[in-house]
Design a protein around this ligand. Structure first.
Ligand code: NDP
Length: 450
């Protein structure tokens, strides 16, 4: 006899969704979480990060207001005050997650759980429970490479706990997290240096977007050093002294390593159960999120497929449909829209120009312009919008935006791209005026074709 129909290990976005929905369908569900409910997204990721972006953006509002006739007094940012308010909001959201589980009658265990056999969970207090199905939703955590002084650096987890705003910040990495925090610290008033080992930040994104972001960030005062690496870090008299591989050295007050994340799959006893993991430690699953052990499934960052909160939630819903509703539902990872909350912000869906050119004969539509707001505010920053179109079918393969509001825009454009809209479908759609988004339906001439 089983104690549960489903036992979920991990109370992040994916785990909580799977537990809640399965329980609401009448199945007996348990969930164990060793830290706080809400996972990376709510506790130390997307949500507190976005609150920090809002805080940083106020600086722009004060600066731009003058162009619109406002006389703004001296404005100062209280980092400590902000952290208190942010923590309060995160506590509130965590308690909502708890209520969701309670209302759905999920048995919640605030402790660490490991696997004992394909149907048995062992909790830290030694108690064991039998479950028909086990779902691993343990997420991921920041990865720091090993080098001299690596113990002196911080990760994104630490940023949310900082007591005061560091004056001189070094950020290492060129991905989502590095670029987002470079913009946040810069907007809050720190002096920011970002080093990236490659030729341009945001590898894998459309090249026009990467270049435009890099230029815009530099224009906002971020010192971006490309093809640059850190050799070692020591504790100096006036801060943390960083020796770069080009022979230079410099002191900083806070060093953030945003050099990727690793799945949290160690110590679960997966080897003993012969649950396969890849070289990154990710649990290997099929399109239904099932491992090679039929009773064990895994979703979210623990599987390292597409590490985004809404994708983990999708994977949870597909898992519940497959296992508890008798409707085998593969997870769809195609044309997932995403945003990078840099300043300016990025929205993107589908093929980059570079990826598309490998498979299609393409037309590129692109516009670069100063927004109405930036014009009158005299802000030296431009918007970039780009469509990648398949010449043969006229299908819009990719949309790439960098401008204020692009995260909101890409959510809606994502529907059109997912539906297979053609360039002519975009053209037939009447513009909303005056907006930045109207440029997407008024791009008449391709800039060049392959
Ligand atoms: P990413 O994988 O996006 O970026 C890691 C960066 O670190 C890359 O620039 C990489 O360089 C560099 N790097 C890796 N190893 C080393 C090393 N040994 N030395 C120096 N540099 C190194 O990871 P992030 O940590 O930024 O984010 C993790 C994931 O979280 C993202 O991929 C994304 O899926 C998700 N996320 C999503 C957000 C959103 O939706 N807005 C926000 C934040 C995170 P290289 O490019 O050369 O490999």
């Amino acid at each position: 006899m089983f104690d549960f129909d489903l036992f979920v290990i991990g109370g992040g976005s994916g785990g909580v969704r799977a537990a809640r929905v399965a329980s609401e369908k009448g199945f007996k569900v348990g969930l164990a979480e060793e830290y706080r409910l809400g996972g990376t997204c709510v506790i130390r990721g997307c949500v507190p990060k976005k609150l920090m972006v809002f805080a940083a953006d106020f600086g722009d509002c004060f600066a731009d207001a003058g162009g619109f006739g406002w006389e703004v007094g001296t404005s100062t940012f209280g980092f400590e005050r902000f952290q208190v308010m942010k923590d309060k909001e995160i506590d509130r959201l965590e308690s909502i997650y708890r209520s969701l589980l309670d209302n759905a009658k999920v048995n919640f265990f605030p402790t660490r759980a490991t696997l004992k056999d394909p149907h048995t969970i062992k909790l830290d207090d030694g108690k064991t429970y039998k479950s028909r199905i086990i779902l691993i939703a343990t997420g991921g955590s920041p990865f720091i490479p090993d080098f001299e002084g690596s113990d002196l650096v911080s990760t994104s987890n630490d940023v949310f706990k900082l007591k005061e705003l560091p004056e001189r910040v070094l950020i290492c990495g060129g991905g989502y997290i590095a670029c987002e925090f470079a913009g946040i610290f810069n907007g809050m008033g720190s002096s920011v240096t970002q080093v990236y080992r490659g030729p341009q930040i945001l590898r894998g994104f459309d090249n026009d977007i990467r270049e435009h972001l890099s230029d815009s960030m530099a224009n906002r005062g971020i010192d971006i050093r490309l093809n640059h690496t850190v050799e070692k870090i020591v504790r100096g008299d006036g801060g943390l002294k960083v020796y770069f591989q080009d022979g230079n050295s410099q002191e900083f007050d806070f060093i953030l390593y945003a050099t990727g994340r690793k799945p949290n799959t160690n110590g679960l006893n997966l080897e003993k159960l012969h649950v396969q993991r890849d070289s990154s430690g990710a649990v290997v699953v099929d399109e239904y999120s099932q491992t090679v052990i039929p009773s064990i499934y895994a979703i979210g960052d623990a599987t390292n497929r597409l590490n985004l909160t809404p994708v983990a939630i999708r994977e949870a819903m597909s898992f519940v449909a497959t296992v508890f509703e008798g409707e085998p539902t593969p997870v769809d990872h195609i044309n997932v829209p995403t945003a990078v909350f840099t300043r300016p912000e990025i929205g993107t869906v589908g093929y980059s120009e570079e990826m598309a050119r490998k498979e299609f004969d393409v037309e590129i539509y692109r516009t670069k312009f100063k927004s109405m707001l930036n014009g009158i505010a005299n802000r030296d920053e431009r918007n970039l919008m780009k469509l990648v179109v398949d010449k043969a079918t006229r299908r819009v393969l990719g949309v790439h935006l960098i401008c204020s509001g692009s995260a909101e825009m890409i959510q809606m454009v994502g529907i059109a791209v997912k539906m297979g809209a053609t360039k002519e479908d975009f053209d037939r759609t009447c513009a909303v005026h005056p907006t930045a988004a109207e440029e997407l339906v008024t791009l008449h001439n391709p800039i060049h074709s392959s």
